[in-house]
Design a protein around this ligand. Structure first.
Ligand SMILES: *[C@@H]1O[C@H](CO)[C@@H](O)[C@H](O)[C@H]1NC(C)=O
Ligand SMILES: *[C@@H]1O[C@H](CO)[C@@H](O)[C@H](O)[C@H]1NC(C)=O
Ligand SMILES: *[C@@H]1O[C@H](CO)[C@@H](O)[C@H](O)[C@H]1NC(C)=O
Ligand SMILES: *[C@@H]1O[C@H](CO)[C@@H](O)[C@H](O)[C@H]1NC(C)=O
Ligand SMILES: *[C@@H]1O[C@H](CO)[C@@H](O)[C@H](O)[C@H]1NC(C)=O
Ligand SMILES: *[C@@H]1O[C@H](CO)[C@@H](O)[C@H](O)[C@H]1NC(C)=O
Ligand SMILES: *[C@@H]1O[C@H](CO)[C@@H](O)[C@H](O)[C@H]1NC(C)=O
Ligand SMILES: *[C@@H]1O[C@H](CO)[C@@H](O)[C@H](O)[C@H]1NC(C)=O
Ligand SMILES: *[C@@H]1O[C@H](CO)[C@@H](O)[C@H](O)[C@H]1NC(C)=O
Ligand SMILES: *[C@@H]1O[C@H](CO)[C@@H](O)[C@H](O)[C@H]1NC(C)=O
Length: 488
């Protein structure tokens, strides 16, 4: 929004400021120059008016569709909610929204029925106002799940209703426990054209039972996500509230063309591993206008774990994250890793607002991860009371099994961080690269970390880069001019 306004202003001011420059230059204009100026202005305004009214212009591109040039919208990744020919309610499949009756079979019946409608114009399943208790169910293609205002899907408290599925090949095992993992509450594999939206209805994972199993060490298999889509494309998730996921909330993995926008994602601030949105080995992902508060990273980009992620070699790329705000007291606003073994590149993060958090921007990797992180651009970041606003860190010996390769070192190259203001922070940037795998081409411009003691110094290890306009003054490793080519 703010950015749009700025661009508009610049466009409308252009002819004016041009004029101002002319007048300033010719301080004592002669008649001839004034005439010339008058002629110039006349030509200019004529051009402007012909441009806006000329019928020629309308005719130049006869069949060219009007594509709005709106840079700050995810529309280019996957369009607005497509119309579906068949529209039915969960009540048509025997659903009961009393908060007590199980709707697991109703949802599964609905999806089974709608599976056949993909070729016939697609289908939309409406969840009306009410409390709809359910176990896990799968989605289908050319399908919309629509939660009307006041609709609440409540996750079953019976772990058996979250059956065990195969681990992800890029992880080799469940992320938390060996072997398989609990399926997500809402799940999809190999789908095309799926929309999950509504009038700010809620999907509530009722995750407390799972967090307690994690805390009291009785968890047998890795916890399920609130929503996981695998091997899918053309996905839109919007205008809903997701609450209390057992584990990472939204997990697109091996997906492409994914839009996640206008979402509210909430979990208690101490709920373990309740990341907001984790694009994983996915490409063309656009995340915008979300409010997230949770017990782990608001948004974290991943791409597989150690030797399994290296073998699968499925990167996360072409990702936009913008206008995200929120808080996570123990983790970071925006994170990369620590699982990044398939590679992560071409990521743009902008207009982030993070407060009362442990870290603002964090890159996590480690020995054994392999893979690479490249071409990451982060700008316009506002933070308040964030302990370590910018942090690159090594993991803490977090490997899938004994077979990880100590020689698999990640390559981190080309990280741009600009226009950052952090108020009431505790620490200057902490940049810890990896021995024999120095992070290179790290560029920071216009970064102000305010409210720390004036003697606070950067902590830099195995990192090299370029800084300009940063406060407090950077470590020597970040005053390297030769790597400034990455800085625009
Ligand atoms: C949902 O899909 C998974 C695989 O993605 C499968 O294992 C499971 O049986 C499916 N569940 C239902 C109810 O069809
Ligand atoms: C989003 O939800 C709000 C609140 O229910 C509703 O008024 C609005 O129309 C929805 N927007 C879209 C694009 O569906
Ligand atoms: C949607 O609901 C959540 C939770 O009640 C609320 O915080 C949020 O402001 C609502 N969003 C919109 C767009 O109304
Ligand atoms: C651990 O938490 C789960 C979920 O709340 C509970 O069912 C179980 O009894 C607890 N186990 C122990 C040993 O406290
Ligand atoms: C980077 O990703 C954006 C989308 O986020 C895409 O438009 C652009 O073409 C990509 N750049 C390259 C060099 O692939
Ligand atoms: C990163 O960007 C540079 C310069 O645009 C390009 O040459 C390089 O191929 C990119 N690397 C990756 C992994 O995208
Ligand atoms: C520096 O960053 C701040 C915060 O994003 C921004 O308000 C300011 O305009 C930037 N200054 C320059 C010269 O770009
Ligand atoms: C920063 O700390 C000062 C002093 O404690 C306080 O007055 C101010 O409101 C704080 N600002 C923010 C943005 O937290
Ligand atoms: C940057 O400078 C450091 C010394 O501070 C040096 O070790 C490193 O090789 C330089 N990096 C580049 C890319 O030139
Ligand atoms: C590095 O850049 C600074 C400022 O841009 C300049 O003053 C200095 O001479 C440069 N150092 C080298 C070795 O080029």
């Amino acid at each position: 929004m703010h950015e749009d306004k700025h661009i508009d202003m610049m466009v409308t001011e252009k002819p004016n400021s041009g004029g101002v420059i002319f007048m300033g230059y010719f301080t004592r204009p002669s008649w001839a120059i004034l005439l010339l100026l008058f002629a110039l202005i006349t030509i200019l305004s004529l051009q402007i008016s012909t441009n806006s009214v000329s019928p020629l212009r309308v005719n130049t591109g006869p069949s060219e569709p009007h594509i709005p040039v709106d840079k700050s919208s995810c529309a280019g990744f996957f369009g607005e909610s497509p119309e579906r020919k068949t529209v039915m309610s969960i009540t048509d499949f025997g659903g009961v929204g009393d908060g007590k009756t199980s709707n697991t079979e109703a949802f599964r019946r609905a999806v089974r029925y709608m599976q056949g409608l993909g070729e016939k114009g697609g289908a939309q399943l409406i969840v009306p106002k009410g409390r709809w208790l359910t176990g896990s169910f799968n989605l289908t293609s050319y399908f919309t799940l629509f939660l009307q205002e006041g609709a609440i899907i409540l996750a079953s408290q019976d772990p058996e209703e979250w059956p065990i599925i195969e681990p992800l090949p890029s992880y080799g095992r469940g992320r938390e426990r060996l072997g398989g993992r609990h399926i997500s509450l809402i799940h999809g594999d190999g789908l095309t054209n799926v929309v999950i939206t509504g009038q700010n209805g809620t999907i509530d994972g009722q995750g407390r039972m799972w967090w307690e199993m994690w805390w009291n060490r009785t968890l047998k298999h890795t916890r399920g996500h609130l929503l996981e889509l695998m091997n899918s494309r053309d996905i839109l998730i919007s205008n809903l509230t997701f609450r209390s996921s057992p584990f990472w909330t939204i997990h697109p993995v091996y997906c492409s063309n994914v839009v996640i926008k206008d979402m509210t994602i909430l979990a208690p601030l101490n709920a373990p591993n309740t990341d907001g949105i984790d694009p994983d080995s996915s490409t063309n992902v656009c995340i915008e206008d979300c409010y997230i508060e949770s017990g782990d990273d608001l948004v974290a980009i991943k791409s597989g774990w150690d030797q399994y992620g290296i073998a699968m070699a499925r990167p996360s790329s072409n990702i936009i994250v913008r206008r995200i705000s929120g808080t996570t007291p123990t983790c970071s606003g925006f994170g990369i890793g620590s699982e990044m073994s398939g590679g992560i590149f071409n990521v743009t993060v902008e207009d982030l607002h993070v407060w009362d958090s442990a870290a603002g921007l964090r890159i996590k990797t480690d020995q054994g991860r392999g893979g690479f992180i490249a071409n990451i651009t982060i700008s316009n970041i506002k933070m308040e009371r964030v302990k370590i606003p910018i942090r690159f860190s090594r993991g803490s010996n977090d490997h899938p099994d004994e077979k990880w390769d100590p020689n698999a070192l990640p390559s981190v190259k080309g990280i741009y961080i600009g226009n950052v203001v952090s108020l009431n922070s505790t620490k200057a940037p902490v940049l810890q690269g990896i021995k024999n795998a120095q992070f290179e081409g790290v560029c920071m411009k216009n970064v102000s970390i305010i409210g720390i003691v004036s003697s606070a110094s950067w902590h830099c290890e195995f990192v090299s880069g370029y800084t300009s306009g940063v406060f407090p003054s950077p470590c020597p490793q970040m005053q390297n001019n030769s790597s400034s080519s990455w800085c625009r």
